[in-house]
Design a protein around this ligand. Sequence first.
Ligand code: ADP
Ligand code: MG
Length: 509
Amino acid sequence: MSTTRLDAVTGGPALTDDEATALRHEAISYAAQHGLLVATESSESGATMPSTFTHAPIALLPTPFPADVFALATRVAPLFASVSDAVSRDDAFLRETLAGVIRADDFTRRVWDIYERCGGQEGRHPMELGVLRTDYMLDAPSGLPLQVEVNTVSTSFMALSTRVSQMHRRAIEWLGAERAYAEGAGSDAGSASAEDVASALARRLPTNSALELAAETLHAGWRAMNDDDARVLMVVQPCERNVFDQRMIEAALWERHGVKTIRATLREIASDAVVAEDDAKTLTYRGARVSVVYYRAGYAPTDYPSEAEWDARLLLERSGAVKSPSAAMHLAGTKKVQQTLASPGGLERFVECEEDVRAMRSVFAGLYALDGEDAVAAVELGLNAPESYVLKPQREGGGNNLYGEALRAQLAKFTPDAPIGSDGDLSSFILMQRILPPVNRTLCLRNGEMQELETLSELGIYGGYLRVGEDVAMNVVGGHLLRTKAASSDEGGVAAGYAVLDSPCLTFT
Ligand code: ADP
Ligand code: MG
């Protein structure tokens, strides 16, 4: 006999235990059939494929998300792509904004050194290729999508998020809950025709084309390079487990666009890649010409365990291949740049249209500098209400931010005029208003185990960007990611083990 669960998943039907279990089986089956997988073993080499897998961490049903909030995040995403590129081309702005960070933080300084050693703006490749994602959380008090961060390097889950969206559509069918979900689109689904139900469902579950966009963007860069025999070089981490998310992009590039991809780690590139000393600075890897470098590694200090990896990064940067991203674009995606853009006059330096500035400003949370003359006031803000802020270093990949007591302890070390890099100096951090999303109930599946959790969600909007010289050849939005984590957890990375992949089920008021 099945018993009805007391709490329905937010926005979903009440499920009996048997129905939830059946859903688990279907979801795992779907994951295996469609590559919604992560490897459970890994290998040092980029080309080696692990042979044991499990399903990716997923939510079994989609999570409600307000349609107007989704629309605003989608509207501003390409504006942030343009601004990131404009920032990356503004040497004076980058230099001034990152001055404190570069002195206090070794990792950012090394990326900056690569930018400078390749000749700064003069030495830059004429093209910039962006596979981007801006992240937002719905701030319950204001009802706005507040921007968590802008990702310009190694944005992940374009393939797996696409599959999760498709899986959720199927999950609703397995439950026979089409009409129940269609009602949320405002139609009277009880008496609606099957066609009306289908179109209401389509409104609620927006099509996710992130995988296609990833391949289209890389293809656009490849085509602009105009070398039919060249390949895309995907720079990957040794011991990567999120291989399906990467391999599906590789497959789409080949099957839809006829472009071949090589996978290699920075270490392998250090030993086996060559840049020709000709005008074109042609890049070859193990004898194959490469025209596009796509980084799925290189964003964290742990990606550079020795000088060899830094040598590889420098070699790629100075090569004639287009990089996704360049060192300058990588730097434009730092949290320090986001904070500076949010300060008075920050956006106006790069955006002429006042309406665009207003829209972009409306998604900024409170962001505060911890270098310069404003640091004293920011430290006081944080010390007075540690629970209301997040302290962020210039890091990517999850697990680096400080909250609550740890935030308080770090801020308490602050000493005005402390020497850069000393304990009392906080130049490498920014302080951010804590966003407070609504709490939902979610059925999460991780390693085959189902758990019903109180959760918070973060929306990512993907973008593809290509600039060739002064001409912006592509700046499009396509696809999204919802990551859902336990409400009790501060951080939100899926790969880092904090969150599950999810999709939004839009709500209309
Ligand atoms: P990373 O580059 O490591 O992904 P993020 O800025 O995205 O850094 O922060 C990691 C996670 O911390 C986010 O996914 C989110 O869950 C949480 N987080 C970050 N900023 C805030 C904020 N202002 N309010 C609430 N949670 C936040
Ligand atoms: Mg993030």
